[in-house]
Design a protein around this ligand. Structure first.
Ligand SMILES: Cc1cc2nc3c(=O)[nH]c(=O)nc-3n(C[C@H](O)[C@H](O)[C@H](O)COP(=O)(O)OP(=O)(O)OC[C@H]3O[C@@H](n4cnc5c(N)ncnc54)[C@H](O)[C@@H]3O)c2cc1C
Length: 208
């Protein structure tokens, strides 16, 4: 293992990693930091891309610039995006949040395919039984994220996020989308918060 000595460290791992205590801190994080980490919500959101032999016939009636469809039945509410205009092949994307996303995190490709194609068959005609190709994200079970992005839990307040803005003994800083007050859950939230943290540190380092 590499070993580094530094005067400051910026911890930018996803909140899911901190929640699972995958990084050991010595001494342990003060209680209110650990509490904020547990109280800020962190959820799963997944994408499933699939390619078919033939385009979905129900899409043929849609205007070319309308790529997103919603449908719902007893299996749930579904959002399907038609990416064939981009890839020049019958490629589709489905987006899943909440419990559906957790199901995807914990299921094999064939189970996910069965779920999606059963839901399509309930709704539309001429749906094949299986895709030609399927690509699935599983952010909730990925050991480098354990989730997709933060959200305000019922315990949420600005104050619990602000705890993470205070460095611990001016040595340990936290940054990332979950530390952003204005744009949590986004790339720009992560970027702006990282920049802010870096500027804070640079301002403290005496110029030689
Ligand atoms: C499916 C999906 C769709 C999204 N759509 C959008 C969108 O349309 N617009 C938008 O703005 N945002 C979107 N987001 C959210 C956006 O991707 C995140 O908010 C953003 O990437 C968070 O950046 P970050 O730097 O905080 O964390 P990350 O980008 O997750 O970076 C953290 C890094 O830490 C690394 N890491 C993990 N564990 C360790 C460890 N133990 N040691 C060292 N490194 C470690 C990880 O590998 C990762 O590289 C989406 C996210 C998902 C999952």
């Amino acid at each position: 293992d590499n070993f580094y000595i530094a005067s400051r460290v910026v911890v930018t791992v996803p909140l899911g990693i901190l929640k699972k205590n995958h990084i050991a801190f010595y001494p342990a994080l003060p209680h209110h930091y650990a509490q904020s980490i547990q109280d800020i919500g962190f959820g799963s959101f997944n994408k499933v891309f699939f390619e078919l032999e033939q385009p979905l016939s129900f899409r043929s009636k849609m205007p070319i610039d309308k790529i997103s469809d919603f449908y719902w039945n007893e299996l749930g509410c579904f959002n399907i995006l038609d990416l064939s205009g981009i890839y020049k092949k019958p490629i589709y994307l489905m987006l899943f949040g909440g419990k559906q996303s957790e199901f995807i995190d914990n299921s094999a490709d064939h189970e996910i395919s069965n779920f999606i194609f059963s839901s399509l068959q309930k709704q539309f005609n001429n749906i094949p039984h299986t895709p030609k190709k399927l690509i699935v994200t599983r952010w909730g079970s990925d050991p480098y994220s354990y989730g997709s992005f933060s959200f305000p839990s019922l315990k949420h307040s600005e104050d619990i996020v602000k705890v993470l803005h205070q460095p611990i003994q001016e040595k340990i800083f936290f940054a990332g989308e979950h530390c952003s007050l204005k744009y949590a859950g986004t790339v720009h939230g992560a970027y702006l918060n990282g920049d802010e943290t870096a500027q804070k540190i640079l301002a403290e380092i005496p110029l030689i």
